[in-house]
Design a protein around this ligand. Structure first.
Ligand code: GAP
Length: 456
């Protein structure tokens, strides 16, 4: 083997190890567990544990506030089940398919568009066993079907929504009229979506049940490009300045003509550098008037907007969509934050404090009641506004390691000197620097620290 090949193999092993390390840390520390694990799990389904749910809620809250605190955006929470005609209008019944191939040799199923071809025969190669004894590709619709009511016939078929966006389009007029909104304005929504993916995987990157955070911004057709630029810029800043992802781990990927969805005039993915390669975490799309036009056609309801600020011009607004996965953002945040500090024999999740699931840990040096009672008081004070952990088990070194591994920005140690000087030691997660400060200053110290936290 050449040296280059050696290095590539080593690098790819390291990257695989990193995904394994993150998956195992997530389980060990209560972030993410395999779904229904005591029954052997269910393929590509995951449960968020106590720390995972805090982390995810923090991410969703950051997104929700960044959208709905704007005066020109309203939020909604639409039902997962929608009238089946919605999915005909949206194009999902016809177009939301992947080309599926079965291997006759090992029975693996794979996507034709992701498989290699044998250069001699031109046949597809099974990614599992490398056989070319495979079936023709057939289109497989990714929507989950179920039945509404007790009778399982075709009239009762409904779909689990494969995206949250359609719930926004069908409520465009409801929101505009009830909230007296004028173009341009947006509607934001966070919710579950379901796709019967053929090849789920890479932990929570591609799953069959996931959460989307989508915002659809309705604009005059002549202003689409201006707003597209605005939202590209705004979403980039959200990932870097709020979620705290390093700029070098993010990039825009413009869709070329062959990649553009049937409804899009232009589209950009925001990609993150995962251990398995650059992959999409968000799409920013100019969907034109396709969606409202189709819903107008299929519902036979007039969805024209009357623009009183443009001489009562009647038109179908263009839509600029920003669509990001909550789970994928969380995975990106985990990978970005994961730091193997070999020199200090520790693993640190260097989360931005905005998303860290635990903001501070209070650690009495010993189980002596005098120290416990001081620590209890500090916990009570901090937990009015912050997620705090109290930990008194194991050596202080082990306790620091535990907190570093879950990304807690500050550890507060109560020791015997605290009894005399009314002070505690605050230890910084990333630098391990320690400072001694008085009890009554702890809360403000942490708040100021978060305000002035350095950007990555
Ligand atoms: N409404 C547009 C839309 O749904 P998409 O590119 O199909 O566009 C948007 O999905 C985002 O949803 C993706 O960037 C990704 O973050 C997330 N997503 C899509 N499929 C997913 C899956 N199977 N598992 C986890 N997240 C997924």
């Amino acid at each position: 083997m050449s040296q280059n090949k050696d290095t590539t193999t080593e690098q790819s092993a390291l990257k695989t190890d990193l995904m394994q390390d993150i998956t195992s840390l997530c389980k060990r520390r209560g972030f993410i567990f395999p779904s229904s694990e005591i029954y052997g799990g269910l393929g590509s389904c995951w449960d968020y544990g106590p720390l995972g749910v805090e982390l995810k809620r923090n991410i969703k809250e950051l997104w929700w506030k960044s959208m709905t605190l704007r005066p020109d955006i309203e939020g909604i929470d639409a039902a997962i089940l929608m009238a089946p005609r919605v999915w005909e209008a949206s194009g999902h019944v016809e177009n939301f398919t992947d080309p599926l191939v079965d291997c006759r040799n090992c029975k693996a199923r794979f996507r034709a568009d992701k498989a290699q071809k044998d250069p001699q025969s031109g046949k597809l190669i099974c990614p599992e066993c490398e056989s070319t004894n495979v079936t023709e590709a057939r289109n497989f619709n990714l929507m989950f079907k179920t039945f509404m009511g007790p009778v399982e016939d075709s009239a009762a078929v409904v779909f689990l929504r494969p995206e949250t966006a359609q719930g926004i389009y069908v409520n465009f007029h409801n929101v505009a009229t009830s909230m007296r909104k004028k173009i341009p304005f947006g509607i934001a929504q966070i919710g579950k979506a379901f796709r019967n993916e053929i090849t789920p995987g890479n932990f929570i990157f591609r799953t069959r049940e996931f959460e989307q955070m989508e915002m659809q911004f309705f604009v005059h057709p002549t202003e689409d490009e201006k707003w597209m630029e605005f939202w590209k810029d705004s979403r980039w800043k959200w990932h870097t300045e709020l979620l705290g992802i390093k700029k070098e781990n993010l990039r825009f990927h413009p869709h070329g003509p062959g990649e553009l969805a049937h409804y899009a005039k232009s589209a950009f993915d925001i990609e993150f550098q995962f251990p398995f390669g650059w992959s999409e975490i968000e799409g920013v799309h100019n969907r034109t008037d396709f969606d409202l036009g189709r819903h107008q056609e299929f519902s036979k309801k007039n969805l024209m907007y009357v623009d009183t600020e443009r001489n009562n011009e009647r038109y179908l607004p263009f839509i600029i969509e920003t669509s990001v996965g909550a789970d994928r953002s969380l995975l990106a945040a985990l990978v970005d934050a994961y730091h193997n500090d070999a020199a200090n024999e520790r693993v640190v999740l260097q989360f931005s404090p905005k998303i860290a699931p635990v903001k501070a840990a209070v650690l009495p040096l010993s189980k002596k009641p005098e120290l416990e009672s001081i620590a209890d008081k500090i916990v009570q004070d901090l937990s009015q506004t912050l997620q705090v952990q109290y930990d008194e088990s194991g050596s202080i070194g082990k306790r620091y390691r535990r907190q570093e591994e879950i990304g807690t920005p500050y550890c507060i140690t109560v020791d015997f000197d605290s009894l005399n000087d009314q002070c505690v030691t605050i230890r910084h997660r990333d630098t391990m620097a320690q400072e001694r400060i008085s009890f009554d200053k702890v809360h403000n110290y942490i708040k100021d620290g978060f305000k002035n936290w350095p950007q990555k």
